[in-house]
Design a binder for this molecule. Structure first.
Ligand SMILES: Nc1ncnc2c1ncn2[C@@H]1O[C@H](COP(=O)(O)OP(=O)(O)OP(=O)(O)O)[C@@H](O)[C@H]1O
Ligand SMILES: O=P(O)(O)OC[C@H]1O[C@H](OP(=O)(O)OP(=O)(O)O)[C@H](O)[C@@H]1O
Length: 224
């Protein structure tokens, strides 16, 4: 099999990887040992399947690798998919992992008197500037976004802006920074994504992997 024939699966490093690897293994893909070696600097890994390699990239970059066809399949949070909104990506399967929600939040004391229905302009710190602008524009509010890559909950406390759009799971990061949720934007989970062109040109292989992952999400996990 030539290198060009190998399908590439893009996985997000970080928190999702821990949840997704048991699913990848149950779908029948076992990466080479270097994948689990924290000192190994390799980013592309062979697997027990000669026809599939794994690449490990930033969670925000999985969509770009799949959209531009460098990877054929991938796993991405629906937050990332909403932010970039790549038409070349098809997301056929909810993997039911990485559950959280995307919220607008502000300092507790501001929320006591604030009335979001009266906003015409908001300044918001967020990792999701495009999604945030779209969300507010849909109800006629102009959002000025300050793009951050992390520690978003710090922004109101330190005077960068009063409001944020960020992910919330347990709510402990909001609470620790004196913030409260004031608007729900979306429920988030991770999806199996495929490049639309790859699905057209190699339908049996790509659909075969979608079906195997679907079977994993539908079967109860076995305990060892
Ligand atoms: N608190 C959370 N609970 C559940 N899922 C989350 C949470 N935070 C983020 N996620 C999901 O995990 C994905 C990756 O999270 P995040 O952007 O924080 O990256 P990370 O795991 O820190 O790794 P990296 O920054 O290296 O990409 C997000 O796109 C989202 O779908
Ligand atoms: O509601 P909680 O359970 O507290 O989780 C929410 C936090 O988790 C994520 O941050 P992450 O830990 O990835 O750090 P980050 O600031 O680098 O995004 C997210 O951006 C929130 O900050």
């Amino acid at each position: 099999m030539s290198a060009n024939d190998v399908l590439v699966l893009a996985l997000p490093k970080g928190r999702i990887l821990k949840e997704v690897m048991p699913m990848v293994r149950r779908a029948g893909i076992e990466p080479e040992p270097a994948f689990d070696d924290p000192d190994d600097r390799q980013l592309r890994f062979k697997t027990n399947r000669p026809g599939i390699d794994i690449i490990r990239v930033r969670s925000f970059d999985v969509g770009a690798f799949v959209a531009f066809g460098a990877a054929h399949l991938g796993v991405a949070g629906s937050d990332v998919l909403m932010e970039f909104d790549y038409p070349e990506i098809y997301a056929p399967l909810d993997l039911k992992i990485g559950h959280c929600r995307l919220m607008v939040a502000e300092p507790e004391e501001l929320s006591a008197t604030d009335d979001p229905s009266r906003w015409s302009h908001v300044r918001v710190a967020t990792k999701y500037p495009q999604l945030t602008r779209r969300h507010f524009a849909a109800r006629g509010v102009q959002a000025e976004c300050i793009a951050l890559h992390g520690a978003v909950e710090l922004a109101p406390r330190i005077g960068l802006c009063r409001r944020i759009v960020d992910l919330v799971q347990t709510g402990s990061t909001l609470k620790a920074n004196g913030l409260v949720e004031i608007e729900h934007i979306a429920d988030i989970s991770s999806r199996l994504i495929v490049n639309r062109a790859a699905l057209k040109t190699r339908p049996d292989e790509v659909q075969g992997w979608v079906d195997r992952f679907r079977a994993v999400t539908e079967a109860p996990a076995t305990r060892h």
